[in-house]
Design a protein around this ligand. Structure first.
Ligand code: ZN
Length: 438
């Protein structure tokens, strides 16, 4: 019997080793010789999310030190209170190198190649989401909404960034940008400012990555497009609902000048018919006439149902490219569906409060959860053992449940050991398996 072998760089154990070394490189913020090290506290929080424990208390009660030591390399596992105390002062931005390490490992292992969209370019989806809201619990990072009757709603949001592909369920998350109250200001942060910070830092982390940004219609404004161009990023952006009259007028004028192209395409496999209309070098709007964009519209016909969408892009639109550009624009929903819904509904407990703290804790935990999600996505993309285990159990929920049971009840050496137990049953694990070295 031969167990499927994951490529070295992207195996779960290799990634855990990478994270452990990355955590160990972070500066310790406490003086003296603390009982529990910062890398141990960070790795324990990561394990909490990797194992999808429903709460910190459950993790604390069920933890089996042996497995946490052997599989996650944690020397001393903190109790829930200690974990919160140690992580509270950690700046979320400190965790950025970890996200980059995982991404580079995937790049080195050639796993990222499967995500290429067109001509060496990746599709990058940006989307903000809220994950916490309360009228009582709050911290210094909370966004505040003051109501007329004097009460305040506190909340946290995060701007997610992920590489996506129209044909793949996996998404590859990059370091998110928390939408939080910024140091030294009383004003609330907003998604637009967060996008600016995210893109600036993204370019510092990945200066040469070829990217096409795909976003919803809130993003198709001149300052944002200018910023994308400055960093240099291509874009496919939804068109604002309120801008339709403007586009109708200008497309009609372009039509008179013979500049509009029509194109139709029937997909025999899906039975869908796509009708396109596009025109190049159009002024974005009256206020920013100098900013030229290519405009495309698509009518997708499925029997009697017709769905209409429109985008602006800097990619060259012609009969050879328009179908693919439309697919890129529509793939944006994957960040909502595959990222946020997975985090919220498939075992990650994204909206559960593991601890709020008074400054950074809530944000640090949200970033660590996304890091766990990122490692899982690498497994889903590249690890045949993980894929086989998931297929066998039929759903992510069952997969996590089974993994947790094995992790808490049996002695394990590694993640590979766990995946093998999952796939072949407990008695038929590692010792009798030959390793496929291909
Ligand atoms: Zn808060």
């Amino acid at each position: 019997m031969v167990a499927p072998q994951a490529r070295q760089h992207r195996s779960a154990d290799a990634l855990l080793g990478l994270l452990r070394r990355g955590f160990a490189d972070l500066a310790e913020h406490r003086s003296g010789q603390p009982d529990i090290s910062l890398p141990d506290a960070l790795m324990a929080a990561f394990a909490l999310f990797a194992l999808k424990s429903p709460s910190l208390l459950a993790f604390d009660q069920e933890r089996t030190e042996g497995n946490l030591q052997r599989v996650y390399g944690i020397e001393r596992v903190p109790c829930d209170t200690a974990m919160r105390e140690i992580l509270e002062p950690v700046e979320p931005e400190f965790l950025r190198p970890l996200c980059t390490h995982v991404f580079r490992a995937l790049q080195r292992g050639k796993g990222l190649e499967e995500m290429v969209f067109v001509e060496g370019h990746y599709l990058l989806a940006l989307d903000g989401t809220g994950y916490f809201s309360s009228k009582q619990m709050h911290c210094a990072s909370c966004l505040e909404r003051h109501h007329r009757h004097g009460t305040i709603t506190y909340s946290h949001q995060i701007l997610g960034a992920a590489l996506i592909h129209p044909d793949r369920r996996e998404v590859m998350p990059l370091m998110p940008e928390p939408i939080v109250k910024q140091d030294g200001t009383e004003k609330n942060d907003c998604e637009r400012h967060a996008a600016q910070r995210l893109i600036t830092k993204l370019r510092q982390d990945h200066p040469h990555l070829k990217l096409i940004v795909t976003e919803d219609s809130l993003s198709s404004n001149a300052p944002h497009i200018q910023m994308l161009q400055d960093h240099p990023l291509h874009y496919i952006l939804g068109v604002k609902e309120g801008d339709h009259a403007y586009w109708c007028k200008h497309v009609a004028a372009a039509e008179q000048a013979g500049r509009v192209t029509y194109y139709e395409r029937n997909d025999s496999e899906t039975g869908l018919r796509h009708r396109f209309r596009f025109v190049s070098a159009m002024p974005l709007n009256e206020a920013h006439a100098a900013l030229r964009v290519n405009f495309l519209e698509c009518w997708e016909e499925d029997g009697d149902q017709v769905q209409h969408c429109s985008w602006v892009t800097d990619l060259r639109v012609n009969k050879g490219t328009v179908y693919q550009i439309m697919r890129g624009g529509r793939a944006r929903w994957r960040i909502e569906n595959e990222t946020f819904n997975t985090l919220k509904n498939q075992g990650y407990h994204f909206e559960h409060t593991y601890g709020h703290g008074y400054q950074h804790l809530s944000v640090v935990l949200a970033v660590l959860m996304r890091l766990a999600f990122c490692v899982d996505q690498v497994q889903q993309l590249c690890c045949p053992l993980f894929q086989a285990g998931w297929a066998k159990l039929g759903s992510k929920r069952r997969l996590w449940e089974r993994m947790r049971v094995l992790f808490y009840d049996y002695v394990l050496d590694s993640m590979r050991h766990l995946f093998e137990a999952l796939l072949y049953g407990w008695k038929k694990t590692a010792p009798i398996l030959a390793v496929d070295s291909s």
